[in-house]
Ligand binder design. Structure first.
Ligand code: BGC
Length: 438
């Protein structure tokens, strides 16, 4: 394979709610996903994440596997209710001890630990007070970040605050298909503003400690218009503003993209004096996560957005098990697009992967990653400051409302024994990394 991407660092991303299991062990408090999965109709295969991949007990094995494959970064998320069972107040020392073990083991065996502070699993106790809809959560998040900084920032230098705010709030507070299952424009508007503001405050807190690199991970979905008709082009711009700009532009001083996305006007009653100023923070890097492309057309009858998706099925394009159009070209597109933001920031592909239904034979995934490498090559050729790629994901895990059917891992897991087995992609990658990476 080409070699101009040799300097890129390869790693992996996992998330607490999708992997840890041990949902009620050692003092962990319930999260919104514990509550949500109890309503079994919400999860396609009626499963839950009480055991998941049992990363809680098997973290060493998973870190060893990552090392064996040749990965250099291990990005994991903290379960807020494991360290603060009620989301606020008393600390669960055993929860802190667990993450200390994970961090220390990473350092011992030579893989860099990265922390994601929030990957969608809010403590249920905070949800009972309104969750992200309630502005008071910003203070709770600040206290939580201070706690993480105090305990882990001596050893963890790379931090991602929020994982994909738009998906978290869109699915959880607008469509109701993810925890906490809330719907509607009011829930959405309040929650997204509070979450984005909390992230800015969290950034400032972490940056009090010298030497940390603090970024955010954003979901990026390529949006195309169904036709060249003006109304469809406008609809595509609207959805693009929602999916790809809303959670970025306030930080670089551009504010919310109100012109293209009129629903932003509804945020006004939740925005207090000084909020937009406070949101201007200088992230150290952008984490880009892209999986799919959507095509949209104008639809006057759809409230707030006036647009509908023209599904991949209708368009007869190849889809993954998630039903998403497989679109590796998005990598190049978004890396180029983000490289144009001012100020220019280092870029990471902080998640990247494809869901299949296979077990060990995942040759299709190898083809997918080859296309990703191709895209990365092109942007590196153009002089774009791409630092590396983190795979989504290591072991097949709990895929939120989709349960365990979609498999994103490069390692499979036997549901009964929880034993792990490297898939073809893992062997291919091991080979690739041993001859191509630094
Ligand atoms: C999320 C992961 C999720 C993956 C596939 C990403 O947006 O961060 O938690 O499993 O997409 O849906």
């Amino acid at each position: 394979m080409d070699s101009n991407t040799d300097h890129l660092v390869w790693g992996v991303t996992i998330a607490a709610a999708q992997t840890e299991g041990a949902h009620d062990r050692d003092g962990r408090g319930p999260s919104i996903w514990d509550t949500f999965t109890k309503k079994s109709h919400k999860i396609k295969d009626k499963s839950n994440n009480q055991i998941a991949t049992n990363f809680y007990d098997r973290y060493k094995e998973d870190i060893d596997l990552s090392i064996d494959i040749g990965l250099k970064i291990f990005r994991f998320s903290i379960s807020w209710s494991r360290v603060l069972p009620k989301g606020t107040g008393s600390i669960n020392k055993k929860g802190i001890a667990f993450y200390n073990k994970v961090i220390d083991y990473c350092l011992e065996v030579g893989i860099e630990p990265w922390i994601t502070t929030y990957h969608w699993d809010l403590p249920q106790n905070l949800q009972d007070k309104g969750g992200w809809r309630n502005r008071e959560i910003i203070i709770d998040y600040e206290n939580y970040i201070t706690l993480l900084k105090d305990h882990f920032s001596d050893r963890v230098k790379k931090w991602i605050l929020l994982n994909e705010a738009i998906v978290c709030v869109g699915a959880g507070y607008f469509l109701g298909i993810h925890a906490p299952g809330k719907r509607g424009i009011k829930n959405f508007s309040a929650s997204i503003h509070h979450m984005l503001l909390a992230q800015a405050k969290g950034h400032r807190i972490l940056k009090e400690r010298k030497g940390l690199e603090v970024g955010t991970a954003v979901s990026c979905t390529k949006i195309d218009s169904y036709s060249n008709q003006r109304k469809d082009l406008k609809a595509a711009k609207r959805i693009d503003a929602l999916m790809n700009r809303l959670c970025i532009e306030p930080y670089i001083g551009l504010g919310y993209p109100e012109k293209e996305l009129p629903l932003v006007k509804r945020f006004k009653k939740f925005i207090k004096d000084g909020d937009m100023e406070e949101m201007k923070v200088d992230f150290d890097f952008w984490g880009i996560q892209t999986y799919a492309r959507e095509v949209v057309r104008s639809a006057w009858y759809i409230p707030y957005l006036g647009s509908v998706l023209v599904t991949p099925k209708k368009r007869k394009v190849p889809v993954s098990v998630m039903g998403w159009e497989t679109y590796p070209e998005g990598v190049q597109y978004f890396l180029e697009r983000f490289s144009n933001y001012d100020p220019k920031k280092p870029l990471w592909l902080s998640e990247c992967g494809i869901a299949l239904s296979e077990k060990e034979d995942d040759s299709e995934r190898i083809e997918y990653y080859k296309k990703i490498i191709n895209g990365m090559n092109k942007v590196v050729d153009k002089g774009i400051n791409l630092k590396g790629i983190l795979l989504w994901t290591l072991v097949d895990n709990f895929e939120w409302a989709e349960g365990y059917v979609p498999r994103f891992g490069i390692v499979s897991m036997d549901k009964k024994t929880l034993n792990r087995k490297m898939k073809k992609t893992a062997f291919w990658l091991k080979d690739y990394l041993s001859s191509n990476s630094v």
